[in-house]
Each structure stands twice: as structure tokens, then as C-alpha cells.
Design a protein around this ligand. Structure first.
Ligand code: SF4
Length: 503
């Protein structure tokens, strides 16, 4: 359900426009539109000492409705963050009540990495008894109270956060992960917002490989000089296996020689598109000790694969999976998307049944996100297209798909082990990684935990160094755009050096 307002006015003692807009967007309320359901909405927020007061005035057909709520800031949280949270909480509660809206699963929890909040609470001693036992119910209750999530989402978040603790808690800042970004794919998917280029001619790929080699070798040199130890390697993109065979083998060798040392516990290669996987590439991955691979069907319906521009068949998925399984005992992940154009609950159920029959070690369930820069977003923004033309399932149906996935995956003894959220997600739910016990993708957990240094090489790779004393994360970004990456590589290497030297 969406609501339109003719005149929307924000008032108050401070500028809360960004967070007010976040709440309005999450509830599908749009303001300042010509032809609208309601005449006016006035939102007033006021901070008085530790009290946050929110008032609404809703005008419809000349009748004015007044609503008011206040909350008091907790003293064990940073005051500024508390004020923002309570403005959101007051406003969300009043809007749901005033307009008779359905509550949304994550309430006012809008961040990408909600598990970090719970992990910080535990570090600070919240929900931990004097014997060191973690009280899950207490944590889950606080999530529901502070962020107005549903009980199910609070419990899922708590479960994932606790499962990650042994992986993210490190007493050695010198242990790092390495990300290698390969920005090529065979075609561009309808929903893709990644910096992936359709694979260029060999001479351009050779130029990229040359620059990437400099990037990799200078990173390896820094790892050696600063005494860093690589725990995980993740080769992603794009689709690294989209590279022609000789370049792919060269990539595997370079990554192995420079990073794959004695401390490495996991070496993942994103194979993504099944039609990019063949015997030569499988053998290159085996030769250089890859331990985890990803094959991403997204759906097992050919009609949908065609609509989203994957240009591979359902049979390709099965063939690639079986070839990978037969070749090695590496862990195999498969990504699925719920909320794809034209799909309904029955379609997703059929996909999941087929995937489970293959027996992957890890299944990631994504909810379709309509991201800026994707063809889908651009087409939806184009007035010639209507949302209905894409026949997207509604939020309620997407939530049923997620519930089905959870029920079936738990029944098959998969455990949720990482979770993140994005803007504009179908169903306003989350992406969840499910794995068999012991098959957790360590890199996935580390990248979400943001406690470990991630060293990035390649196009669109970022390097992140947590600075614990300053409670912030130092960052260095390689360009997303291929031409800029090739041109400015020296600048990226220098900036990365600067922040690595701070570990
Ligand atoms: S396979 Fe992944 S990176 Fe490549 S175009 Fe599709 S969504 Fe983008």
C-alpha cells in the first residue's frame, strides 16, 4: 500500500529531514504530489533535554487529526544516535497509527549491517550474565523494543549475530582478508548495479591483467612489510570466470602465489554465471587450491532467466554444479533471488526444491533490490514503462517466499550465518546466507562484521582498515570504472599503503 500527500511539511528544533525521509520511504509515503490521497501532513520534531517529542498533523477533506508521542533517550547509548533513533521510532509509530498502515518487518532498522548493533551490545556487556552466558531473549527483546522489528526478525538477527561471534572476534589485528575485483561479465543482468563491464576484446583484458598484476604484487609486498597474515581470499566482481581461459589461469596463479600462504583458511572464487564454468577453469581453480566456489542460478525458471538477461540455461546450472562437485571437495554456494519479474510463490518453491536436490553447502537468498544504476531501475524511472509491466510480486508475496525459504532450509539443516540489508529491497526484508554446519563462508562474515582489515585489489575493490581507538574505518577505494582504474592505479596503491601502515 502506498500513500500520497499533497503538502508535506517538516518542522522542528533540528534538521531531521534525512531520517524523516527514510521513515516515509520505508512506509511508502510520498509527499508534495499534485493528485494525492491526503491534503497535508505536518511533522514536527522537538528535542527537550533527553526527551524527543514528535507531533503529526494530518489533514484530509478539511479535517485535521493531531497525534503526539514522546520517548526518552537511553543513557547507555551515544546521545546523537539516540535522538535519531527516537525520532524515527516516534514517527514510525505515529504514521502507522495515523494512516492505519501495516507494520514492516524491520521497523526502523534501516542500516546495511544490523548484526553489528547486537555484536556491539554484547561487547559492551549487554545481555551477558556474570557467568559469561549470552541471554538471547534479552537481546531479541531489545531489538524489538528499540527498532520495532517483528519478533521473527529480532530472533533471526540475534541468531546470526551470535553465530558470527567466534569468527569476527579477533585478538590479532594483523589477520586480514583479501578481495580481488574482476569487473567483467558476459552480459549485464537486468537488476545489476555492480561495476561489471561486458567482457571486452583480449587486448583490453590483457591491459587489465597487467595493471591488476601490479596491484596484486604491491599488495603482497605491503602484506609482507607490515607482517600481515591472510585468513581468507575472495575473488569476485563481476564474474571472474567470465575471463577467457588463459587469463583466468593467470589470475588464479597470481592470486595463489601472492596471497595463498600458510594462514589462509578459505579461498573463494565467484563463478557466478554457470555458462562461464568449464573443465579448464575448474582445473585452474583446483591447481591453485581454491576451497570455495559460487554458482549462482538466481532462479531455475528459463522464462525468468531470459527476462533478467542471464543468457544461460537451467541445464547450464545443473551441469556446472555437477562438474564442480565431481572435481573437488570444495564448498559450493548457490545464490537465489526472490521477487524476480513474473515469479510467484509457487515458482520460488519449485526453484528451491531443485536447488536443494543438488545439495549445495551454502545457499544465499537475496531479495531483489531495485538499485540505482541498474537497467531495471532506469526502466522503471522511464515514464514509458510502468511497474506493472515487470510483473514484480508484491511485498506480501516476497515475504511469503522468504518464510518458505527459511522453513525449508531449516528443515534441511541449513543455518543462517550472515545477513545484510539494502535500500529498495522487495518485501523490505533481507539477504541471508544459509549454510550447513561448518560451511560458513568466513569472508562473508568478515566483510559484514567490519572488524577485520579487508585489503582490496582490482577494479571497484575497497580496502577497509578498522581503527579501533578512533572507532572508525579507514577506507581506500579503487575506481569502479575500468578506464579510471587502469589510468590511476598508482594513486590507489599509494592511498592503500597509507591506511595499511596504520594497522
Ligand atoms: S552476474 Fe552479477 S555482476 Fe554480472 S551482470 Fe549479473 S548481477 Fe551483475
Amino acid at each position: 500500500m502506498s500513500i500520497t500527500i499533497k503538502n508535506l511539511t517538516l518542522l522542528g528544533t533540528h534538521d531531521f529531514s534525512k531520517i524523516v525521509n527514510d521513515v516515509l520511504r520505508s512506509l511508502n509515503i510520498t509527499g508534495n504530489v499534485d493528485s494525492a490521497d491526503f491534503d497535508a501532513l505536518e511533522i514536527f520534531n522537538e528535542v527537550v533535554g533527553k526527551k524527543i517529542i514528535t507531533r503529526l498533523k494530518i489533514t484530509v477533506y478539511g479535517t485535521e487529526i493531531f497525534l503526539r508521542k514522546f520517548s526518552v533517550a537511553r543513557s547507555d547509548e551515544r546521545f546523537g544516535a539516540e535522538v535519531n533513533r527516537l525520532v524515527k521510532k516516534n514517527l514510525y509509530t505515529l504514521l502507522v497509527e495515523g494512516f492505519g498502515l501495516d507494520a514492516i518487518p524491520y521497523g526502523i532498522l534501516h542500516g546495511v549491517r544490523p548484526t553489528k548493533i547486537i555484536q556491539r551490545w554484547i561487547d559492551e556487556g549487554f545481555g551477558v550474565t556474570s557467568q559469561g552466558v549470552i541471554d538471547r531473549d534479552k537481546i531479541s527483546r531489545r531489538i524489538r523494543n528499540d527498532f520495532l522489528t517483528t519478533r521473527d526478525k529480532a530472533e533471526l538477527l540475534t541468531e546470526v549475530s551470535l553465530r558470527q561471534l567466534p569468527i569476527i572476534r579477533t585478538h590479532d589485528d594483523k589477520i586480514i582478508s583479501v578481495y580481488v575485483g574482476i569487473p567483467f561479465c558476459r552480459t549485464r543482468c537486468l537488476y545489476c548495479s555492480f561495476p561489471s563491464n561486458v567482457l571486452p576484446a583480449d587486448d583490453k583484458v590483457a591491459e587489465f591483467m597487467e595493471t591488476l598484476t601490479r596491484d596484486i604484487e604491491s599488495a603482497a609486498d605491503a602484506i609482507h612489510r607490515y607482517g600481515l597474515k591472510v585468513q581468507t581470499i575472495y575473488v569476485g566482481g563481476g564474474t571472474p570466470t567470465a575471463l577467457p581461459e588463459k587469463f583466468f589461469a593467470e589470475l588464479m596463479e597470481k592470486v595463489h602465489v601472492n596471497f595463498n600462504g600458510a594462514n589462509v583458511e578459505e579461498f573463494t572464487v565467484e563463478c557466478g554465471r554457470p555458462d562461464t564454468i568449464n573443465a579448464e577453469k575448474i582445473s585452474a581453480m583446483k591447481n591453485f587450491n581454491v576451497t570455495r566456489v559460487s554458482v549462482n542460478p538466481q532462479t531455475m525458471h528459463q522464462r525468468t532467466l531470459d527476462i533478467i538477461g542471464r543468457q544461460h540455461s537451467v541445464e547450464d546450472v545443473i551441469r556446472a554444479f555437477n562438474d564442480l562437485r565431481a572435481a573437488s571437495d570444495w564448498k559450493i554456494n548457490m545464490d537465489l533471488i526472490i521477487g524476480l519479474p513474473g515469479e510467484r510463490l509457487a515458482d520460488f518453491k519449485a526453484t528451491l526444491t531443485e536447488i536443494i536436490a543438488l545439495k549445495p553447502d551454502d545457499v544465499t537468498i537475496h531479495s531483489l533490490a531495485i538499485k540505482r544504476g541498474s537497467k531495471l531501475q532506469m526502466r522503471l524511472a522511464d515514464e514509458l514503462n510502468r511497474v506493472e509491466d515487470f510483473d514484480l510480486p508484491d511485498d506480501a508475496e516476497v515475504r511469503l517466499m522468504a518464510e518458505h525459504a527459511e522453513k525449508i532450509l531449516r528443515g534441511e539443516k541449513f543455518l543462517p550465518y550472515y545477513l545484510y540489508r539494502q535500500g529498495y529491497m522487495s518485501g523490505q526484508i533481507e539477504n541471508v546466507g544459509w549454510c550447513k554446519r561448518g560451511a560458513e563462508g568466513i569472508y562473508n562474515v568478515q566483510i559484514m562484521g567490519e572488524r577485520q582489515t579487508i585489503l582490496g585489489v582490482g577494479a571497484a575493490a575497497s580496502t577497509k582498515v578498522p581503527d579501533r581507538s578512533a572507532k572508525k574505518i579507514l577506507t581506500a577505494f579503487n575506481a569502479k570504472d575500468l578506464t579510471t582504474y587502469l589510468r590511476d592505479i598508482d594513486r590507489y596503491i599509494t592511498r592503500r599503503e597509507e591506511i595499511l601502515s596504520r594497522i
